[in-house]
Design a protein around this ligand. Structure first.
Ligand SMILES: [Zn+2]
Length: 330
């Protein structure tokens, strides 16, 4: 918009209407005018970029400040989206030569509970920054006794038990620019990026962490923890771990054609899988804190090993084939 305004200011006032443009064309060579306008536009664009260089990223990590706070040269970038405000700014820095955008899922200070996170804004903001591959670490409860605290599990399936979350961009609601998303039914049989999963598992094994390959992540509405009956039900339905944020994060990433990989860290045994008092928030935070260092190492090794965005060949990139989305993705 600003560029157009600057470019337009070099035009003669008569060119602001169609009739005026015709009059102007009588006296000014049309081709010359077009060339002048193009030059002015390019100059304005260069000036604009010099004023506001936009750091770009290729990989996104949705996780807390403990993952990026010690990096040098992290740039905080505020992104607004047609879907509202993300959980926080993007914190863009470099890891192993790759440009990475970190987004605190719950906001800095952890003020957003899982059901109030603006998942659509979060994924949109990452894509707008250039991100095409996303790693989503999160804390979960183990539904089976063998998945105790400290287990890292890279799920291959997801069971959505959330209740009141918007889980699509294609809901027919017009965007602020007037475009309207079409109805799109997204393929989601395999909710996670197969390449990202392999990379994450290899990174964990490289750090001597015997990560579990596959399993179903059950996602509940929260913010409360499950009852024992719910926990037993989730285990009986085939769940391996249970969390509160893995959905709709995964499906929104898929709708945007992003590769999304979930890394779940078990911080407790869920209510039905243990005989004690049930899960406490304090316990979750303690175990997560204890494992944060090695989780960060695994994430950074995975970042280094992810493919270049331009060379992705996984199913995530083909999700829109044959569909007219009705809107432009950022
Ligand atoms: Zn992928």
């Amino acid at each position: 918009m600003g560029n157009e305004a600057k470019a337009a200011s070099t035009e003669a006032p008569a060119a602001t209407t169609e009739a005026g443009a015709e009059v102007a064309a009588d006296t000014v060579d049309t081709a010359q005018r077009a060339a002048d306008a193009a030059l002015a536009e390019a100059a304005a664009e260069a000036e604009f970029e010099a004023l506001a260089p936009a750091p770009r990223a290729e990989i996104g990590v949705i996780g807390g400040s403990g993952l990026y706070s010690f990096l040098d040269d992290v740039t905080e970038v505020t992104v607004t989206t047609p879907y509202g405000t993300p959980s926080d700014s993007l914190f863009i820095g470099e890891v192993a030569g790759r440009r990475v955008a970190f987004l605190p899922r719950h906001g800095r200070g952890h003020h957003l509970p899982p059901h109030r996170i603006n998942y659509r804004a979060n994924l949109w903001a990452l894509r707008a920054a250039g991100v095409r591959q996303v790693l989503g670490p999160c804390a979960v409860g183990g539904l089976l006794p063998e998945y105790g605290p400290g287990t890292l599990l890279v799920p291959d399936q997801l069971l959505d038990r959330t209740k009141a979350r918007v889980q699509t961009y294609f809901d027919g609601e017009p965007l602020p620019d007037g475009t309207v998303p079409n109805v799109v039914h997204t393929t989601f049989a395999d909710p996670y990026c197969p390449i990202g999963r392999k990379v994450a598992l290899a990174a964990a094994h490289g750090r001597d962490w015997a990560a579990v390959d596959g399993g179903t992540l059950v996602v509940v509405e929260g913010p409360r923890f499950s009852t024992r009956a719910e926990s037993r039900f989730h285990a009986a339905m085939g769940g391996a771990v249970v969390g509160m944020t893995g959905h709709p994060e995964a499906v929104l990433a898929r709708e945007l054609g992003l590769c999304y990989t979930s890394l779940t860290l078990v911080t407790d045994l869920d209510a039905g899988a243990e005989t004690g008092e049930g899960v406490s928030h304090t316990e979750v935070l303690r175990v997560f804190g204890e494992n944060l260092g090695r989780l960060r190492e695994v994430l950074f090794d995975a970042i280094a090993a992810l493919p270049e965005n331009g060379s992705r060949s996984c199913l995530c990139t083909q999700v829109h084939e044959g569909w007219d989305l009705g809107i432009e993705l950022p």
